[in-house]
Ligand binder design. Structure first.
Ligand SMILES: Nc1ncnc2c1ncn2[C@@H]1O[C@H](COP(=O)(O)OP(=O)(O)OP(=O)(O)O)[C@@H](O)[C@H]1O
Ligand SMILES: [Mg+2]
Length: 264
């Protein structure tokens, strides 16, 4: 009898110790998750700022080697001011997302947001044999944090461009509204995505562009679509993709016109 009681006591002791270990591990995991979140957010901010700085740097270089061309130099300076402001907005906006703050959404004209993206990108798509076909009703508005939605669209546009290099092709941006949502479709006639990759493309750091070295190919870090998914989730929307290898890819965004928690 005494032996049984002793055994029970010892089991209780072991159990208590295991529970303490468990609690410590759970605490460490939650701390590591918080750190991983900060890491991913920092990478995403750097990624978005890089999206703005790379084309700007190229444009500034072009202006520097043509200093007599006053129009070009003025354009480069205007773009510098614009993209720097946009970079500041992105920083504030992403930090707010990371801190779990909800930023103020507003109604913005989608066609204006899209035009702005092409201004930020600096390089004319026709230089890469890409025809841009925009079909957005001029009055269509979207209820969103403008800078965040712009970066989402910019990432999808940049991916579409990468997929069509060096051959060229057609980039189509369409939008329409339903009773509850704004639907945006970005399609390209590029290389497409192999079925095996489709399940991974929204994962952080998944990229098929890591080792591209030739002049026409860009290297990637696999954060563009992770960023898109995060922003779309914050907007209570959805992002879907359909792709045919060798034929092209379509990304469909659905953004609610109003969220229940938003003030009317
Ligand atoms: N329109 C597209 N056509 C073909 N493949 C695409 C397209 N969009 C995304 N992908 C695939 O999904 C992967 C992940 O895209 P994502 O934008 O997250 O990263 P990335 O473009 O590789 O790098 P970056 O961090 O610079 O955006 C790409 O590497 C590519 O393989
Ligand atoms: Mg990308």
């Amino acid at each position: 009898m005494t032996r049984i009681i002793e055994k029970r006591l010892s089991l209780h002791k072991t159990l208590k110790k295991q529970q303490q270990n468990n609690d410590t591990l759970k605490f460490q995991i939650s701390q590591l998750q918080a750190l991983a979140n900060i890491g991913t957010t920092t990478c995403m901010i750097a990624h978005e700022i890089n999206n703005l700085l790379t084309p700007l740097g190229n444009y500034a270089e072009l202006a520097l080697s043509n200093l007599d061309d006053k129009i070009l130099v003025e354009k480069a300076l205007r773009k510098t001011v614009r993209n720097c402001r946009q970079a500041g907005k992105i920083m504030d906006s992403m930090l707010a997302v990371a801190n779990g703050e909800t930023e103020e959404k507003m109604n913005s004209k989608l066609s204006v947001l899209v035009d702005d993206i092409f201004t930020c990108l600096c390089r004319d798509f026709s230089k890469d044999r890409i025809t841009v076909n925009i079909q957005i009703p001029p009055d269509l508005t979207i209820w969103a944090v403008p800078v965040q939605i712009q970066q989402v669209l910019m990432n999808l546009i940049l991916n579409a461009r990468d997929a069509m290099l060096p051959k060229g092709g057609v980039l189509t941006i369409k939008a329409h509204q339903t009773e509850q949502t704004v639907q945006i479709e970005i399609s390209d006639t590029g290389c497409g995505i192999p079925p095996n990759d489709l399940k991974n493309i929204f994962e952080p750091f998944f990229t098929t562009k890591a080792d591209k070295k030739s002049a026409n190919e860009t290297s990637g870090c696999g954060l563009g679509l992770t960023f898109c998914k995060k922003v779309v989730d914050v907007h209570n929307g959805s992002i879907k993709v359909e792709s045919m290898p060798g034929r092209g890819t379509v990304f469909q965004l659905s953004i609610p016109k109003f969220s229940e928690e938003d003030p009317a």
